[in-house]
Design a protein around this ligand. Structure first.
Ligand code: GDP
Ligand code: IMO
Ligand code: MG
Length: 421
């Protein structure tokens, strides 16, 4: 099983690349996260954003798996499938859902909002999809799982969980008036969910591996949002790294093959939290405009900045990345000079090149190396030998610094704008 994941703060272009690589695989599986993800695919002039459905769904010979590590919102899932109506996808053949995936219930979304409100200006900037509260209930051993919806005791379990949530919400003095309307949609969506293939996906995955079928595990979010290794507490609530693919699908670590690490040629982040190379000047504004850096899930403007090598090296280390894919190189076309952060300077003047606990807690200042930009369009290029010399120099500089080969460079959102090296 190969794993593809984001090495930064999410939105690196995972959806595009899963779709590009999918023909080489027989299964594509999501292993964590939920509707906080927004994975964009563009082909044949159509743009589509997927939230919970794996990005192999547009390839008719691929089995797409929603793994046990995912938190699933049935309302959003139903809407997503309805939104794909025009593609004539065979959901019975091409999609299965783990019975052990956790269900996001409506009151989880209210809790998410209540917790964020209580944090005031220390808020995480959550997508408010109920991700944190649902994983809390999973770890707290009181969550509902997809398999539960088939049980006659479901209503009883549901009511117990909602009662607990209402107690917490009243403690936070958070209104619950919306809940009734949300519940109508929720129960309707559960009936829809029951019509899909709900399975013990760990068997499907391992039987496929035994039959030498190729599986691509599709990460959501990014390593710097990982609950252990990200910029805690400004993270998501799941394990976004390679190890998460093992627990989120039921696959042994020894079965992991290639680990594809995706990064943008610069950095973005949406939501709060440290971002050492963030730009507050015109360069940042230009990057946002050129890269159309607005959230795929919430529409929020993404914070933009230069590439951060210590952070990238850290992500490569914790994930065991074997191949790097550099995305959105075309967005840097507009710059005469490109900066890359090689070190941080701590408030006490100390220079370090590690993403230490202190760097994420303090106002670490980036130390940059400046490279010459290519400053021209990459339109129509289909071969890396046709890249402007400065772009090749940028790629080679990064390879040397990161010590992992950059095997793919993406120069536009479409499937076709993907250059293999
Ligand atoms: P994901 O969450 O990692 O799947 O990424 P998102 O879909 O949230 O954000 C990536 C955005 O960049 C999407 O709008 C993509 O269509 C777009 N994109 C992907 N690759 C490229 C690229 O090489 N160049 C440009 N300009 N846009 C890209
Ligand atoms: P994809 O898969 C970018 C961010 C949120 C917030 C923090 C916690 O599209 O790359 P959560 O809703 O999980 O409680 O939010 O994580 N975040 C993402 N940022 N891309 C994502 O997913 C994200 N999913 C969550 O903005 O800062
Ligand atoms: Mg995204």
């Amino acid at each position: 099983m190969d794993v593809l994941l984001g090495l930064q703060w999410g939105d690196e272009g995972k959806g595009k690349i899963v779709d590009v690589l999918a023909p080489e695989y027989e299964l594509v599986a999501r292993f964590q996260g939920g509707p906080n993800a927004g994975h964009t695919l563009e082909f044949d002039g159509i743009k589509h954003v997927l939230h919970q459905i794996p990005s192999g769904i547009f390839r008719s010979n691929i089995l797409n798996i929603v793994g046990n590590g995912v938190v699933l919102d049935p309302i959003i899932f139903k809407k997503e499938i309805e939104g794909l109506g025009k593609f004539e996808i065979d959901y019975q053949k091409n999609l299965v859902i783990s019975k052990k995936a956790t269900i996001i219930i409506p009151s989880h979304k209210l809790l998410d909002a209540a917790y964020e409100k209580a944090k005031g200006d220390k808020k995480i900037g959550s997508t408010l999809k109920g991700i944190g509260p649902t994983y809390q209930d999973k770890i707290g051993r009181s969550a509902l799982r997809v398999g539960d919806i088939l049980s006659p005791e479901f209503d009883e379990k549901y009511n117990a969980l909602v009662a607990k949530h209402k107690t917490i919400l009243s403690f936070y003095d958070y209104p619950t008036d919306e809940l009734e309307g949300m519940e109508d949609q929720f129960f309707e969506a559960l009936e829809f969910l029951k019509t899909l293939n709900l399975i013990d996906s760990e068997y499907a995955v391992n039987e496929a591996l035994d039959a030498d079928k190729r599986i691509l595990a599709e990460g959501a979010q990014g390593s710097l949002l990982d609950v252990d290794f990200g910029s805690y507490p400004f993270v998501t609530s799941s394990t976004t790294m390679t190890a998460g693919a093992c627990t989120g699908l039921g696959v042994a670590p020894s079965k992991i093959g290639e680990v594809f690490g995706i990064f943008k040629a610069y950095c973005t982040r949406v939501g709060s939290g440290p971002f050492p190379t963030e730009l507050f000047d015109n360069d940042g504004e230009d990057m946002r405009k050129e890269g159309n850096e607005f959230g795929s899930t919430t529409g929020r403007p993404r914070r933009c900045g230069w590439l951060d090598l210590p952070a990238l090296r850290y992500s490569i280390m914790i994930n065991g990345v074997t191949q790097l894919f550099m995305m959105k190189a075309d967005v840097l076309n507009i710059f005469e000079e490109i900066k890359v952060c090689t070190h941080y300077e701590l408030p006490n003047g100390e220079r370090i090149d590690k993403l230490s606990f202190e760097v994420m807690q303090s106002e670490a200042k980036p130390v940059y190396e400046t490279l010459k930009g290519w400053n021209c369009s990459l339109k129509g290029i289909r071969d890396y030998e046709k890249f402007p010399q400065e772009l090749n120099a940028y790629v080679e500089f990064l390879e040397k610094e990161l010590n992992v080969p950059i095997k793919l460079v993406s120069i536009g959102p479409d499937r076709e704008q993907t250059i293999m090296r």
